[in-house]
Ligand binder design. Structure first.
Ligand code: Z5A
Length: 207
């Protein structure tokens, strides 16, 4: 099974992807964690460009194509072989982030995104997607705490304004309403353990 975890910054995706993979392993399943953009040498190089290139920042179309190039490489070299080998793959972001950020956020046409994403993924779609939804104020507080702890500055995409982030959330929720069989919306407020439990229940797995 191919599971993706989606949502805006600070909703807790990375924390929960790790917990879900451990839980799948404890239940006897072989599981692999990947992140987007990233997960292969090429995709990690592209990730650096996407997050940190300030001197010649990618225009919206170049940004889209870079995310898709990273995804094509990850799907072909890591995700499809792992699924073929019987593993469960859990991805920290995947195609819904492209529709949310480059579509609803940047305003690129959704019909073009669908065709281009399908080409990049060679037809692969997640079996299940968990959308972690949280009030922007809660997410911002988590990001502030993390920044204070790690002394890391915000990346290029995090610096987009509040309007952009409001459009993202609306876009994610709209996609969930349009794909109720695949996307479950999970409340990401509360403790890490509470959110982990909600995610596990939402997946309705046998063990
Ligand atoms: N992007 C795109 O535009 N198009 C695409 O197609 C794709 C991606 C695939 C990737 O950034 C960027 O690429 C992202 C979207 C864009 N843009 N931005 N901005 P990234 O991978 O570096 O970061 P991110 O995906 O945005 O995630 P994040 O900022 O690292 O946050 P997170 O993964 O959702 O949360 P976290 O790291 O698990 O937790 C954040 C902090 O909160 C951390 O200190 C935790 O310890 C804490 N935390 C987590 N859960 C809780 C709870 N429940 N309570 C309290 N504190 C918590």
């Amino acid at each position: 099974m191919f599971i993706t975890i989606e949502g805006g910054e600070g909703c807790g995706k990375t924390t929960q992807v790790g917990r879900l993979v451990s839980r799948l392993e404890r239940s006897g399943r072989k599981a692999l964690m990947v992140r987007e953009p990233g997960g292969t040498r090429l995709a990690e190089l592209v990730r650096g460009l996407l997050k940190d290139e300030r001197e010649d920042p990618p225009c919206d179309r170049a940004e889209l194509l870079l995310f898709l190039a990273a995804r094509a490489q990850l799907v072909r070299n890591v995700i499809k072989p792992a699924l073929a080998d019987g593993a469960w793959v859990v991805s920290d972001r995947f195609c819904d982030s492209t529709f949310a950020y480059q579509g609803y956020g940047r305003g690129l046409p959704l019909d073009i995104l669908r065709i281009a994403n399908d080409f990049a993924c060679d037809g692969l779609l997640p079996d299940r997607t968990v959308l972690l939804d949280v009030e922007p104020a809660v997410a911002l507080e988590r990001m502030r705490e993390r920044a204070a702890r790690t002394k890391e500055s915000a990346d290029r995409i995090e610096l987009a304004g509040a309007d952009f982030h409001a459009r993202l959330r609306e876009g994610f929720l709209r996609m969930a309403a349009e794909n109720p069989g695949r996307i479950s919306v999970v409340d990401a407020a509360g403790t890490v353990e509470e959110v982990e439990e909600r995610i596990w229940k939402s997946l309705k797995l046998s063990v």
